[in-house]
Design a protein. Structure first.
Length: 151
């Protein structure tokens, strides 16, 4: 297993992975199409944010992305290939993300969670601090989580 900085040319691969991972939760085709833009990883995002991929046996199995938002840090993405869920890749990405945040001097990190992923984040030590409005569906609320990064 290897975790490394994403390359800009991998934007399409990561977009497809995020779409497959979100679809894993059984959302309708209509819902998924409405989410497509939010799930799209751009080369600009890779260039301006901290986006890391996890590879195993030469294949990308997951990725995460950290970005600054209004002076604070946000875990924007953490996706694992659906058929790989439960094999420890999410935990490995989470640990790597915490170390990367610590190295940046980040003390708190915000997460706008997929409702189905909330329990994963809670098991990893995040706390629910409220809800945030979906950027895709009016009236839909998403879990708002926070993790303190220990020194």
């Amino acid at each position: 297993m290897n975790i490394r900085k994403a390359n800009m040319h991998e934007a399409g691969v990561l977009s497809d992975l995020s779409f497959r991972s979100k679809a894993h939760w059984g959302y309708s085709d209509e819902f998924m199409e409405a989410c497509r833009e939010d799930l799209t990883v751009t080369s600009e995002y890779i260039a301006t944010s901290l986006v890391f991929v996890l590879e195993d046996e030469g294949q990308i199995k997951g990725f995460f992305g950290l970005e600054q938002e209004d002076g604070s840090w946000l875990l924007k993405d953490l996706f694992v290939e659906p058929e790989e869920i439960g094999r420890g890749y999410g935990k490995a990405l989470w640990r790597y993300m915490q170390n990367a945040a610590r190295d940046l001097g980040v003390r708190k990190l915000t997460i706008h969670s997929e409702p189905h992923a909330e329990n994963f984040y809670l098991r990893m030590g995040a706390k629910r601090i409220g809800e945030i409005a979906s950027t895709v569906f009016e009236g839909r609320k998403l879990p708002l989580l926070e993790i303190e990064i220990s020194r």
